[in-house]
Design a protein around this ligand. Structure first.
Ligand code: ADP
Ligand code: MG
Length: 238
């Protein structure tokens, strides 16, 4: 696991400021949940941390190393997206193994690691299947397995459950809590599901219109929202 320091980080697209200068420290092993209305900049912040977007100003420091100019693959992190693009022609095992193959890891170690993460994500019996023979929840588990198989120290998740039905979301919520323990990774998790935020987070960051509005423990933010907008984002009683 690793700490993540966001220092004066901002993003503009042309004349539009999508993220105002933001400072945030995410502790080693923390499960941080980002919430806020659609369009407030959650995905942009995640993409800046991942290196998929270049900041207008500021720095990203992971475990004390300034990675602002490092390639996404050289930051020790992995990202899970809302839409889980699996390779349709590859088996589940080959999909999970793919990042390790690209990294040039030896065949035997690949097999061991694929088995290990498959067990972690309850996919051991599905390794020979193709993605089309899986349910939505199983596919999303494969995409998570593919992200964690490289043992990232930081795992970024952008609304990973929003395409799943309510039952599956409830099951996956428990799996994320377990995964966090087993991986020992620092997790930064975007959702607009208030229940996910309240149950998974060590700390919640509430964003609004390109700014951090409030940071705190879930119950503190819930009980003492700093504004009406924060109350709406977190589902506090009006
Ligand atoms: P969220 O994930 O909170 O819904 P986003 O980070 O995706 O919000 O987007 C924040 C704002 O930035 C939105 O208004 C969006 O339209 C804008 N935006 C995102 N990416 C781009 C881009 N590549 N070019 C221009 N505007 C963008
Ligand atoms: Mg988004």
């Amino acid at each position: 696991m690793a700490s993540v320091d966001i220092i004066g980080l901002s993003k503009r697209f042309g004349d539009t400021t999508v993220l105002h200068p933001t400072d945030l420290r995410i502790e080693d092993g923390e499960f941080l949940v980002l919430v806020g209305p659609s369009g407030c900049g959650k995905s942009t912040l995640l993409r800046l941390i991942a290196g998929l977007e270049e900041p207008s100003e500021g720095r990203v420091v992971i475990d004390g190393r300034d990675v602002t100019n490092a390639a996404p693959s050289d930051r020790g992190l992995a990202m899970v997206f809302q839409s889980y693009a699996l390779y349709p022609h590859l088996t589940v095992a080959a999909n999970i193994a793919f990042p390790l193959k690209v990294a040039g890891i030896a065949r035997r170690e690949i097999d061991d690691r694929v088995r290990e993460v498959a067990a972690m994500l309850d996919l051991s019996d599905l390794l020979d299947r193709r993605p089309r023979a899986l349910s939505g929840g199983q596919r999303q588990r494969v995409s998570i397995a593919r992200a964690v198989v490289r043992r990232p120290r930081v795992l970024l998740l952008d609304e990973p459950l929003s395409n799943l039905d309510a039952n599956l979301r409830a099951r996956m919520r428990h799996e994320f809590a377990r995964l966090h323990q087993q991986l020992g990774a620092t997790m930064i998790y975007v959702t607009h599901d208030q229940l996910e935020a309240m149950t998974l987070a060590n700390r919640i960051v509430v964003m609004g219109a390109g700014r951090v509005e409030q940071v705190g423990a879930p119950l503190d933010v819930y009980r003492r929202p700093a504004s009406v907008a924060v109350a709406a984002a977190i589902g506090s009683p009006g």
